[in-house]
Design a protein around this ligand. Structure first.
Ligand code: DAH
Length: 346
């Protein structure tokens, strides 16, 4: 009896070892488990046994059955093709693009502007966006009744425990700076002439938002203080810079203007013959002037010995001119179609 089961096992083992295909394996399986196979035949033979032997024989049949099932399954697994590891890879599919970030157009223009000034020996400066009334207005010789100080035009901040009270000289109300000009004062307080700085940064004004107005925008401030500076230096410097940014053929017009912190003051208009449709479009580019003696002396710089020129202009405005962007709001809406078109990669 013992021997017989062993033989059966050996038979099946040998058969499985030679089964190289799924079909051959199935043939073997049917030989044992099929309706007319070995196992049904063995089970049927049980009924012919005397009852006292049935149980023993039944157990033997069952254990062979279990072993045979396992052996067949094992062979099936060995025959099955090795499943690919991880998700299957179709190398013929187009690749998934890795989306690369890019520099925002405003940052890009700001860097370009700074780069041009750097070549002329200007250093980079900056100042806080939360300013005091002193830096934003008083130190810049802005009269107490100047309309810009109005709460309708400037964002004033409530006193907050998060913003410590400032010393009386630097005091006054806290506000979001309405221009980058306060950086001039901060630089002159710390540094003696010669001074040559540019300071790009965000400014805030209470405005109705439309295609050309925003409550937050960027300016570039510039300040040069030295001996023997005159309007010629101002004119030469700014014409050179704007020609670099707008094109060599750009022509300029210096219009007299008023700013409290410069005297005389000008507004520079630019005209680009190659880009002009009507031949008449003069574009307002920049405010500028010779630093007011009161502004110099307020920071401890002797106006009899030193003079200075200063300027300030809007970065978005310049971008809108250079890249013919019709609406200021595009810069802040984060529409990737716009940003991708405008931005070169990092
Ligand atoms: N701060 C001025 C503004 O926001 C721009 C300006 C004009 C800046 C003349 C200057 C300057 O430094 O000299 O309109």
């Amino acid at each position: 009896m013992e021997k017989k089961w062993q033989e059966r096992e050996n038979e099946l083992r040998a058969a499985l070892a030679t089964a190289e295909t799924e079909a051959a394996l199935e043939g073997i399986r049917l030989r044992y488990f099929g309706r007319k196979g070995e196992l049904p035949r063995l089970l049927a033979s049980l009924s012919a046994l005397p009852p006292e032997h049935r149980r023993e024989k039944g157990r033997e049949i069952n254990s062979f059955k279990e072993w045979a099932e396992g052996a067949i399954a094992e062979r099936r697994a060995a025959l099955a093709p090795v499943p690919p590891r991880g998700p299957s890879l179709d190398v013929s599919l187009p690749g998934r693009p890795v989306s690369e970030g890019s520099i925002h157009p405003i940052s890009r223009m700001s860097r370009r502007i700074v780069e041009v000034f750097r070549r002329l020996g200007f250093a980079l400066a900056d100042g806080p966006e939360v300013e005091t009334e002193f830096y934003n207005f008083d130190a810049l010789n802005t009269p107490p009744d100047h309309p810009a100080r109005n709460e309708q035009d400037t964002f004033f901040l409530k006193d907050s425990p998060l913003i410590p009270a400032t010393p009386s000289r630097n005091g006054g109300r806290l506000l979001l700076r309405s221009q980058t000009s306060p950086v001039q004062i901060r630089v002159m307080e710390k540094q003696r002439p010669p001074i040559r700085i540019v300071a790009p940064g965000r400014c805030y004004r209470r405005d109705e938002i439309d295609a050309t107005h925003s409550i937050a925008f960027f300016q570039v401030e510039g300040l040069v203080v030295d001996e023997d500076l005159s309007v010629r230096d101002l004119k030469g410097t700014l014409e050179l810079v704007f020609r670099e940014l707008l094109g060599r053929e750009t022509r300029f017009r210096f219009r007299p203007h008023y700013f409290p912190f410069t005297e005389p003051s000008f507004e520079i208009d630019g005209f680009r013959p190659g880009r002009s449709k009507t031949g008449k479009e003069w574009l307002e580019l920049c405010g500028c002037g010779m630093v007011h003696p009161k502004v110099l002396s307020g920071t401890g710089i002797d106006p009899d010995r030193y003079s200075g020129f200063a300027f300030g202009f809007g970065i978005e405005r310049l971008l809108m001119i250079v890249e013919e962007i019709p609406d200021l709001r595009l810069f802040t809406e984060n529409d990737l179609r716009f940003l991708r078109n405008q931005s070169s990669p990092v």
